[in-house]
Design a protein around this ligand. Structure first.
Ligand code: SF4
Length: 257
């Protein structure tokens, strides 16, 4: 296992599997992972905690992003998207909403054609300020790996109270202004099998996707080392098979193998 952490607030730009030339934003500390989930497949490794007193301030984030965007302009670099991801869950930052406002302003000034994307595990949707901020970004990408709480408990290992029905209601409240991202994997965790790709899993997940009606579904599998070491990635063919079922619902998909 060789997972990694981002050591700065702004990183990249990198060519993202899903998003193009992407400048990453890390609102979590540089030396530890802070998240409300502890996904067995997380590329950042196991979660250290669900909060931290070492988060960068709103001012630090604004200054780091402006510095980088100016540098990219002077270097003639292009930018497709500014992506909030980093060492954990970005919406845990108490100033997430204000940081999104600053980012929109900077994007409009320096790269008006770039999108702003947030990759979130959707656990902070009980906070109205987080929901309002997610509605202001171009790509509001929210995680849903299974329609069964037992599978979510095994794969995502929530560290806070998790209620699937509440989550689905909150996802539906975006009225289609969201992208669902789902990671498919099979294997075992501490000797217990886990698999969100069985016919029963896919069928129940499709029903939820149909209920939520996102603008798009991003379908992917593991691509790098994971903290749990007995996980198997799916083939591109299998991922495409899942995508075809989503498209039959009239919902666009993007597959990353
Ligand atoms: S929600 Fe994202 S950052 Fe958090 S543990 Fe899962 S994959 Fe990692």
């Amino acid at each position: 296992m060789s997972t990694f952490l981002f050591d700065s607030i702004v990183f990249g730009p990198v060519r993202s599997r899903r998003l193009g030339a992407s400048l990453g934003m890390n609102l979590l500390p540089p030396d530890r992972k802070v998240c409300s989930f502890n996904c067995v497949y997380c590329e950042c490794g196991w979660t250290d905690s669900i909060d931290s007193d070492k988060l960068p301030s709103r001012g630090q984030v604004q200054a780091a992003l402006e510095y980088k965007l100016k540098k990219m302009i002077s270097g003639g670099e292009g930018l497709d998207v500014i992506t909030f991801a980093g060492n954990g869950e970005p919406t845990l930052h108490p100033d997430f909403s204000g940081i999104i406002d600053d980012t929109i302003e900077l994007r409009n000034t320096y790269f008006p054609n770039a999108d702003i994307a947030v990759l979130s595990n959707a656990t902070m949707l009980h906070r109205p300020d987080v929901v309002a901020a997610l509605k202001r970004v171009d790509k509001n990408i929210l995680k849903l790996d299974s329609a069964f709480e037992a599978t979510i408990n095994a794969l995502n290992q929530p560290l806070i109270r998790f209620d699937l029905k509440n989550l689905v209601d909150r996802l539906m409240a975006f009225e289609g202004k969201l992208i669902i991202q789902s990671l498919f994997v099979r294997g075992s965790i501490n000797g217990i099998p886990v698999d969100n790709t069985t016919p029963a899993e896919i069928s129940a997940w499709l029903k939820l996707v149909d209920q939520i009606r996102p603008s798009e579904v991003m379908i992917y599998t593991i691509a790098r080392d994971t903290p749990a070491n007995d996980l198997k990635k799916l083939s591109e063919e299998e991922l495409n098979g899942i995508a075809q079922k989503v498209e039959m619902l009239g919902i666009a998909t993007q597959v990353s193998a």
